[in-house]
Design a protein around this ligand. Structure first.
Ligand code: HEM
Length: 152
């Protein structure tokens, strides 16, 4: 992926150490900036959802160099997200909320290099999830209206 793996790991560790509840903060920012996504959530309790997101992020950060694992997991996760009603347009919102939450926690230690490293990583994650979504929709013409919105 050509990502700045050291910077990603180091900054994630710093942020989690300072704010173990990062994902709680993330959802607060996501729902206040993009209230339109709120109705998509609710299958699981907020607490459960926060835990799943944190675990997914840790798993991805841990295996950043393992391209085939990343590809397989993220494409499968993207397919599942089709059924949650997630569209391509929403991925930048999630990236924005996550980067904002991390920048707030890291405060004076957050640099333009951090922003760039995280933007690149979340772009790469989104691309793979969106690819998985597209494959899933192609296999299942009855998948929610997403095929049209995904746009190719
Ligand atoms: C960085 C990209 C993302 C990651 C790593 C991620 C991760 C996860 C994980 C681990 C789950 C738990 C269930 C599962 O494994 O499928 C989940 C569920 C979910 N995600 Fe994501 N997600 C991402 C992007 C998005 C986006 C862009 C949206 C759109 C708002 C979204 C909305 C949801 C919803 C609605 C659920 C189900 C919530 C519920 O159970 O109530 N996710 N996500």
């Amino acid at each position: 992926m050509g990502l700045n793996v050291d910077l990603l790991r180091e900054s994630f560790a710093l942020v989690i150490e300072r704010e173990p509840n990062l994902t709680h903060r993330f959802y607060g920012i996501l729902f206040s900036r993009y209230p339109q996504v709120k109705p998509l959530f609710g299958r699981n309790s907020a607490e459960q959802q926060e835990k799943m997101l944190a675990e997914a992020l840790v798993a991805v950060i841990d295996r950043l160099e393992d391209a085939s694992w990343i590809e397989e997991k993220l494409m499968a996760m993207g397919a599942k997200h089709v059924d949650y009603g997630v569209t391509d347009a929403m991925y930048p919102w999630v990236a924005d909320a996550l980067i904002t939450a991390m920048a707030e926690v890291a405060a004076a230690d957050w640099t333009p290099e951090h922003r760039k490293a995280w933007t690149d990583a979340l772009d790469a994650i989104a691309s793979l999830m969106q690819r998985g979504a597209r494959v899933y929709c192609a296999d299942r013409p009855d998948a929610p209206a997403l095929a049209a919105q995904a746009g190719g």
